[in-house]
Design a binder for this molecule. Structure first.
Ligand code: TTP
Ligand code: MG
Length: 375
């Protein structure tokens, strides 16, 4: 890109939409089991297991239940809740349908997780001038096709679009125009700033920063002093500055899955079986998406929570399940002591090679699907 093009691009106001499904896994369960409607539904591990809540219906959230909470705790808060096991195929199917709708409008689609994506619709395929109009259409198409509701946020960058989609959940649509951004950001509680994690939130509060307005009063120097490099990001986002581009699937850097066990595993055959299952899933997705990889990484979390990560790189790009499983098994066996107890196994592929692609298009950001615990 030439210098003038770059300046032109920076001046252009982008139109970004963030779409996030409402109580996604729980909503799919309620759709498929109408008797659950209006009830506190928890998708995740059973209360008498070590499992956690993947998500829960809004009725369950009133009791203080939320994602990642241990199931037994959720049960304590709401014994009458209905605990349901996840059905990932159903969630993936819905996710695919939603994605198809996004691509009707733009190729600049960044899937963030199974139920969430950013779209850049500045120059969209349907030449619709209003991003709000597109968000309205997308929400209604999602509902017609899946019978599920989505919330959407429309703004001029990713950060604000994400904040906006969260402002009127569930089934909400919020537009944050450049004029409105200042007020929205100043009033935003510090914990709601995407990118400010639990630890930073605590630290901010200790420093007397409770909302965007407080944050804005701090100098860049102060923020960098307290938070390091990310201080600059905080300084910018509270001023509505976020130049991050949409990262499309084509520039994904890795793909992986992992599995946490409800009971620590000691049996090698079981571990090998899990490796095969993970390998099958990864291989299937690679072939669907038309890419191969040169590196396989195995992650092992032992019962004492120690984590090791081992990689093998080979010259010839692979996507076949046999190769993945062979490499995975090999690394597993190399890292098992005599009395190994394992809590989690994960595998991911990286060093991706896309079909019909020149090498330099590949790599920018990492995206690891394994964030979603498999239950
Ligand atoms: P979220 O979009 O974070 O949550 P949600 O869609 O259930 O609810 P909301 O209306 O607030 O958006 O996550 C999407 C799905 O990902 C969620 O339905 C279940 C899964 N998930 C987990 O399995 N574990 C987690 O810790 C989180 C946060 C989500
Ligand atoms: Mg969601």
């Amino acid at each position: 890109m030439g210098k003038m093009d770059k300046i032109q691009k920076e001046r252009e106001i982008r139109k970004i939409i963030h779409v996030d499904m409402d109580a996604f896994f729980a909503a799919v369960e309620i759709r498929d089991n109408p008797q659950y409607k209006g009830k506190p539904i928890i998708v995740g591990g059973k209360p008498n297991s070590r499992g956690v809540v993947a998500t829960c219906s809004y009725e369950a959230r009133k009791f203080g239940i939320h994602s990642a909470m241990p199931s037994f705790m959720a049960y304590k808060l709401c014994p009458q809740a209905i605990f349901v096991r996840g059905r990932f195929d159903a969630y993936r199917e819905a996710s695919k349908l939603i994605e198809e709708i996004f691509f009707e409008y733009s190729d600049l689609v960044e899937p963030v997780s199974i139920d969430e994506a950013y779209l850049d619709v500045t120059n969209n395929k349907k030449c619709i001038a209003s991003a709000t109009q597109i968000a309205i259409e997308i929400r209604s198409k999602i509902f017609n096709k899946t019978k599920l509701t989505a919330s959407a946020g429309v703004s001029y960058n990713k950060f604000l679009a994400k904040i906006a989609s969260d402002m009127n959940k569930p089934d909400g649509l919020v537009v944050v125009t450049p004029l409105k951004a200042k007020q929205v950001l100043e009033e935003l509680p510090i914990g709601k700033f995407h990118g400010i994690g639990k630890a930073s939130e605590k630290k901010m509060k200790m420093l007397g920063i409770n909302n965007g307005k407080d944050l804005k009063e701090r100098t860049l120097k102060e923020l960098v002093q307290h938070f390091g490099k990310v201080g600059k990001y905080y300084y910018n986002i509270v001023r509505g500055i976020d130049n991050r581009e949409i990262v499309t699937e084509r520039i994904r850097k890795s793909l992986g899955h992992e599995r946490t066990f409800s009971k620590d595993v000691t049996n090698i055959d079981t571990m090998v079986k899990i490796i095969s299952e993970l390998g099958e899933k990864i291989s299937k997705q690679m072939q669907e998406r038309h890419f191969k990889a040169k590196t396989l990484t195995l992650k092992i979390k032992y019962a004492n929570f120690d984590v090791v990560s081992r990689s093998k790189t080979i010259d010839i790009p692979f996507d076949k399940v046999d190769v993945i499983n062979h490499l995975g098994r090999k690394m597993l066996l190399e890292n098992l002591g005599p009395k190994c107890k394992i809590r989690l196994l994960g595998m991911s592929v990286s060093n991706l090679v896309w079909q019909n692609d020149d090498q330099d298009k590949q790599e920018i950001l990492s995206f690891y699907e394994g964030q979603i615990p498999i239950i």
